[in-house]
Every structure is written in C-alpha cells, then in structure tokens.
Design a protein around this ligand. Structure first.
Ligand SMILES: *Cc1c(COP(=O)(O)O)cnc(C)c1O
Length: 389
C-alpha cells in the first residue's frame, strides 16, 4: 500500500511493525541529477536506473527525474525497461544487458531500445528486422578496454566501414577505471572512443558513467549516463563527495542490555567485553542488506584490517559489536549518557551522519552494493517538495 501526504510518500512495511526505516530524499536526487547535468554540458544527461534504480524504486525515482528534465534512461534488463515505460511512457529507454531473440516481440511493442554488444546480436537483430518496413532503432556497445559487453574496436570499425544500411541511434562504451583519475586505462579508452566516433560519424555517443562525468578527459561527447552519484554515492575515489546524500537507513532499537567485563557478545563469541558494556540490540541484519561483513574482523574469511561498521546515535558514532546476524545487530553504546536512548529509538546506519561510502568501506564493499542490497522489510519514506503535484 502507498499513502501520500503533501511532502511524504510512504510505502513498504507499516512503520509500527517494521524493524528498519529507509528515507529517500527525492529533492536531493533531483539536485544531484541537475548538478551532474550541469557538469556534463554541453552533453545531454541521462540516468541509469537499473536494479530498480539502485534499490530506491523505479516508480519513485523515474517520475522525479523526468520532471527534472531527464528524457533518456538506461536499465540492465528489458523487464526493468517496461517498468520505466509504465511511469514515463515517452522516455527513451535503452536496455544495456544484451539481446535475445525471444524478447523481440517485446521490443516491437514497447519501444525499448536494445544496446547490442556483439556481432551475433547485430546479425540477429538485422535478421529479425528484415521483414519490417520501419526498422527498429538500436544502440551499439563497443568494448574499449573493460572486456565485458561490446564489440571489439576493430569489429566495430569494420562494421562501420561496410557502410551500414541501418546505423545505431547511439554508440556507447563503458569506462573501467574512471573512479581512479590516475589510472592510464581511461585515457586509452577515451582515445579509442574518439576513433570510433569518427568511424560512426553523426551517431550520438555516450561514454561517461558517474566518475566519467568528473573526468578531465570528458568533453565533446553527447550523452552522459550517471547512476550512483545521483543516488548520493561517491563518484571519484579519495575525492570529497560533492553529491547530496539521498538515502538514510535507520534501525529500531529493540532492547538495551548490559554485558559484564569478560563476557562475550553474539554468535561465535567473537567479541569479548573489556569493560562493563551497554549494548543496543537493533532490528536490522543481513537479511535487510546490512551486510554480515559489517561485523569487521568478527567474521572469518575476510580481511581483518577492516574495523567494521558503526551507527550514529544521540550525536555520536557507536561501533558494531559482535557479529551482524540475520535480523539483529548490536552496538556498543557505553559512551552515551545513560538516559540518551531507549528502546523504540532509531539508530542511523548510513545517511547524513555516516556517509554511504564510509559505511560501505567499513563493510569491505562499495556504496553500490549497499544500495542494491537493501531489503524489502523496511518502512520506506520518500520525501519530496510536492512541487508539481
Ligand atoms: C551501471 C552503468 C552505468 C552507471 O554507472 P555509475 O558508476 O553508477 O554512474 C553507466 N553505464 C553502464 C554501461 C553501466 O553498466
């Protein structure tokens, strides 16, 4: 069920019954997209909304981006493309992850555009289109150094040289190392892509993901494709994040207990208390996407250098103690004033006080994985200014 007040749309679990609360600031999302659009100029700016808009919900994210002026969307799967079309029928929607013949009728009916990434897919597409008067549009992906999807550069140049009867409407490549400005591969990829653009004269071109938008070499391309930065993630490693935080994850405190010096906490008894310790047991765990690796060195098989996660409560950071479990996570709150918190209060796991990427680093991962792992048990609140309602 979805309920809507002027400035808040709520969905997901009933707040009285949920263990965690997810708050998504759609005004911050809009501001981030507009900032990226400005940075991308003179290129146009699209939006990558694969994996249900990085976990935040296509139905909530796409209309807001459309209203901000975004007209082109990228998804991984055709199924996701249909969900974009359902809320933005006039959007131009590209499907990144390859093309299979059995999906052709869907492309015919739904106006989705496949991003073809191999000679096999190209000839299949050509064959299936052969009987049609009006050939359906497609985009072409060329691999300039990632070895993931895409024609090789030489295959693409040979294809262009044959004098195609059906040109792609968009030429893309994907950068492997744009988040690390010192890496030499980006330069090589930009150079290869310039050659390709010359071979595909007049075809719209797109290279930049979020870090690509910030890359010094990024200029002269037609369309950028940011994802994570729109959602508040850090676009460039080791550079202060200029984006506004969009997502706040909070967990409800179920119980506060005191463990005595010398006792242990949690599964595996991995944490031994060095002092009498007040522990807040909170109602979010790895089943919600609060990864088990937030336990730090309390989890074997992983790099013990990572210290583990922290929450933000009553104005300060409090560390995870013991292992994160399926539905519960414990925090050491000994350093908080005795009466500062009580059961029912919420602890921030990431958001304005604990940056998404700092949380991710503490779990040995990246912000992308935290967002796309968010579970479906939360009460969700979407904040918006209400403009245009
Ligand atoms: C996911 C993806 C993007 C967006 O990447 P971000 O780093 O999230 O900005 C852009 N292009 C392609 C091909 C992708 O797969």
């Amino acid at each position: 069920m979805t309920t809507r007040k002027p400035n808040v749309t709520t969905t997901g679990a009933d707040p009285r019954l949920a263990g965690g609360r997810l708050t998504i600031d759609l005004d911050a999302l809009t501001a981030n997209w507009l900032f990226l659009a400005d940075k991308s100029k003179p290129a146009q700016t699209g939006a990558v909304v694969k994996a249900d808009a990085y976990g935040l919900g296509i139905v909530h994210v796409v209309p807001v981006l459309w209203q901000a002026g975004c007209r082109t969307f990228f998804v991984a799967l055709a199924e996701e493309g249909l969900r974009v079309k359902a809320v933005a029928p006039d959007a131009r929607v590209f499907v990144l992850n390859g093309f299979f013949a059995d999906a052709f009728p869907v492309y015919e009916q739904s106006d989705l555009i496949p991003v073809l990434g191999s000679l096999q897919e190209l000839s299949l597409w050509k064959h299936l289109n052969a009987g049609r008067q009006d050939k359906l549009p497609y985009a072409l992906n060329v691999d300039t150094g990632m070895n993931r999807l895409g024609l090789n550069v030489s295959e693409a140049i040979a294809f262009a040289a044959k004098g195609m009867d059906e040109m792609p409407v968009l030429l893309i490549t994907h950068l492997a190392t744009a988040d690390d400005p010192s890496h030499a591969l980006s330069q090589k990829q930009f150079e290869s892509f310039q050659k390709l653009r010359a071979a595909f004269k007049g075809v719209e071109s797109s290279i930049a993901n979020s870090p690509g938008v910030f890359h010094t070499l990024h200029s002269g391309f037609d369309l950028s494709r940011p994802g994570v930065a729109m959602y508040g993630g850090e676009p460039v490693s080791n550079v202060a994040n200029p984006m506004r935080p969009v997502v706040t994850l909070e967990a409800r405190i179920v119980q506060i207990r005191t463990g005595l010096k010398g006792e242990t906490v949690g599964y595996g008894a991995t944490a031994t208390l060095e002092r009498d310790t007040r522990i807040a047991i909170c109602s979010v765990g790895y089943a919600d996407g609060y990864l088990r690796s937030f336990s730090g060195s309390g989890v074997p098989l992983r790099n013990a250098v990572v210290k583990g996660g922290a929450g933000f409560l009553a104005g300060r950071k409090v560390p995870v103690i013991g292992r994160v479990t399926m539905d519960l996570t414990s925090f050491d709150i000994t350093d908080l004033a005795e009466d500062a918190v009580k059961p029912g209060d919420f602890i921030e796991l990431f958001g304005p006080n604990i940056a998404l990427d700092d949380a991710a680093r503490a779990a040995g991962t990246i912000g992308y994985e935290l967002l796309t792992s968010l579970g479906n048990r939360f009460h969700r609140r979407y904040l918006h200014s209400g403009k245009g309602d």
